[in-house]
Design a protein around this ligand. Structure first.
Ligand SMILES: [Fe+2]
Length: 202
């Protein structure tokens, strides 16, 4: 028999959620920006995505250099610094580099398959519009490919392979770019609108 036994929780996966100040007024401005962009910007959903969603991912728009989306730039930089500080990553403001940013609009029935954000360090999502009951973002455990699934008698954070974070207007989610995630099928009549972004450290 053991005289002492401990569990060591190694290598946690850290996802930060932040509630952005005065987001209602901010989102009203951003929504007008989204409408203006949608009028003139075709869907640039990559051919190899099987899901249905409107995205500006491959459009040439420099979103965070464009009014009103520039309003989000200092907020993104501040929240990434918070995440970096909390996780012990050396990422001084002058070395943080926004690589890209794009809009995703989910109508009823739209979703986004599991993916990672290649060639970046930090990734994030900000919710401009999130109707009640709209689709969650799902994060998948990095362990999922390496484990033989044993039978589970109680699902907890210690054994689950997926976690869900609800979309909420004014919420920003930050995570490391290698973390696989998806958007479940959206069931709301109103659009769910998010802005996604990637950063690295120069
Ligand atoms: Fe993503």
């Amino acid at each position: 028999m053991a005289t002492e036994s401990r569990l060591h929780q190694l290598f946690p996966t850290l996802v930060q959620t932040s509630t952005i100040e005065n987001s209602q007024a901010l989102n009203e401005k951003l929504l007008r920006g989204v409408e203006a962009i949608r009028k003139v910007t075709p869907n640039t959903k990559p051919d190899d995505w099987t899901c249905s969603v409107y995205t500006t991912l491959h459009s040439p728009i420099e979103l965070l250099e464009t009014d009103p989306f520039t309003l989000l730039k200092p907020i993104i930089l501040q929240e990434v610094q918070r995440y970096a500080n909390a996780t012990g990553i050396h990422a001084p403001a002058e070395h943080l580099r926004i690589l890209d940013a794009w809009l995703n609009v989910y109508a009823k029935g739209d979703s986004q398959e599991l993916h990672i954000h290649q060639n970046s360090v930090f990734s994030g999502i900000y919710y401009i519009k999130a109707p009640e009951g709209c689709a969650d973002v799902q994060f998948q455990s990095p362990m999922v490919d390496t484990m033989i699934s044993p039978p589970i008698f109680e699902t907890t954070e210690l054994n689950s392979t997926a976690a869900y974070i609800p979309a909420q207007e004014g919420r920003m989610i930050l995570f490391r770019s290698h973390l696989r995630h998806a958007v479940l099928q959206n069931e709301t009549d109103d659009d769910r609108i998010s802005l996604a972004f990637n950063l690295d450290i120069a």
